[in-house]
Design a protein. Structure first.
Length: 392
């Protein structure tokens, strides 16, 4: 039996609304045993426990990045990066995520199951929830990852194949994207609603949720009708391109069905907004507001590896939501408790509560006072195991 007692100026156990001043977390064999005021938790602690005290620190659940690609290298040639990705490269990227406070990542697209294999071989990094090769159409968005399928029978077979590879989630490219030459446009749907429903049906037989990449409003609507668990990007592009098509009925359905939206913006979202120009950046902000007004729950991710999105600075990525008007407490909740629920792992991680895995952070300073403090880390643990925070 190994006990660890971590004490700090405050504990934010999650969800929003809970704060323990002068608090403590007691861990036994990687599992949280108790959380509460320091004096009370100390009373439960064995005399031989390891003790760490952070007088100016905040203890909170480890962050979840809901959209990454460990096989991509953020250098703009994803097909080559995925083809050449080595175990060492994946380990470096996973370590970078961990050092930025990310204790769980959802990998939404690898090549031939590389991230799944990595998940099973690499015990020291963040917790990994992985999809394997995204399902797409022949010559469609990210076909080079090996997940192309044509027609319902092939789609169902592809789902079963990913499940057999060990996937935790099925990823489908419901619309086109940006990074594949000579493939459908971003606004264009790659599958019919019936095809997406067949994928959801086959995935549910294997006990797996479906994450749908969808930029176009038509693809978003089809994904919502098919009953996916999360919609990635959720850009609401109008059919034929040129502007947005914000359909109230579709937004209402997403909210009503409890489907989460992961817009997956990079840490350098300010640069992205500058490139859009202020008029379109304002449109983007109002689109987020409109989704929130409809009650759509959002979860954060960065699409790390794709485009120029790196694996570091998750605190910077979360500041996007502050810019959009979310309060800090709810941003932290989004990146922890809500994300864990969306990924179906809320009984394992996402909060500090007895029985859950000791996936936690200690920040120097209060993240409720300044969200940037999420990047000033004193301690990161996954399953109670401390991560090396210095770059090797
Ligand atoms: Zn992606």
């Amino acid at each position: 039996m190994r006990q660890q007692l971590i004490t700090a100026d405050q504990v934010l156990p999650g969800p929003a609304g809970h704060r323990i001043a002068d608090g403590a977390v007691l861990i036994q064999d990687g599992i949280i045993l108790a959380v509460g005021p320091r004096a009370a938790v100390e009373g439960l602690t064995s005399p031989t426990a390891e003790r760490q005290h952070f007088p100016d620190g905040t203890i909170l659940p480890g962050l979840i990045n809901c959209h990454v690609h460990l096989v991509f290298d953020a250098c703009g040639d994803p097909a080559r990066a995925a083809a050449e990705a080595t175990h060492t490269e994946l380990a470096e990227r996973a370590d970078q995520l961990l050092r930025s406070g990310v204790t769980t990542v959802r990998d939404l697209g690898d090549r031939d199951g590389a991230a799944i294999e990595f998940r099973d071989q690499h015990s020291r990094g963040p917790r990994i929830v992985a999809s394997g090769p995204p399902i797409t159409v022949p010559d469609g968005h990210c076909w080079f990852l090996g997940g192309a399928a044509d027609g319902e029978a092939e789609l169902r077979a592809r789902v079963r194949q990913n499940a057999e590879l060990g996937a935790d989630v099925i990823k489908v490219m419901a619309s086109g994207g940006q990074i594949t030459p000579n493939s459908p446009s971003m606004w264009e749907s790659q599958f019919t609603t019936a095809e997406l429903a067949a994928i959801v049906d086959e995935a549910s037989k294997a006990g797996l949720p479906v994450a749908a990449h969808a930029h176009g409003t038509d693809a978003i609507a089809a994904a919502a009708d098919a009953g996916v668990a999360t919609i990635e990007h959720c850009t609401w592009l109008r059919e034929g391109g040129g502007g947005y098509d914000l359909r109230d009925d579709v937004a209402a359905k997403i909210a009503e069905r409890g489907i989460f939206a992961c817009v997956a913006w990079p840490s350098d979202w300010r640069g992205f907004m500058n490139r859009l120009g202020s008029a379109r950046a304002d449109q983007v902000a109002s689109r987020f507001e409109w989704m929130t007004e409809h009650g759509i729950r959002m979860i954060p991710g960065t699409d790390a590896g794709a485009g120029s999105s790196g694996f570091d600075n998750y605190a910077g990525a979360l500041q996007l939501y502050e810019h959009l008007g979310f309060d800090r407490e709810h941003i932290i909740e989004m990146a922890t408790t809500t994300s864990a629920e969306a990924l179906g792992i809320g009984d394992t991680t996402g909060q500090l509560a007895p029985g859950l895995s000791a996936d936690l952070l200690v920040t120097a300073g209060d993240p409720l006072a300044d969200l940037a403090n999420l990047g000033r880390l004193e301690l990161v643990t996954v399953k109670g195991r401390p991560a090396a925070l210095q770059t090797r």
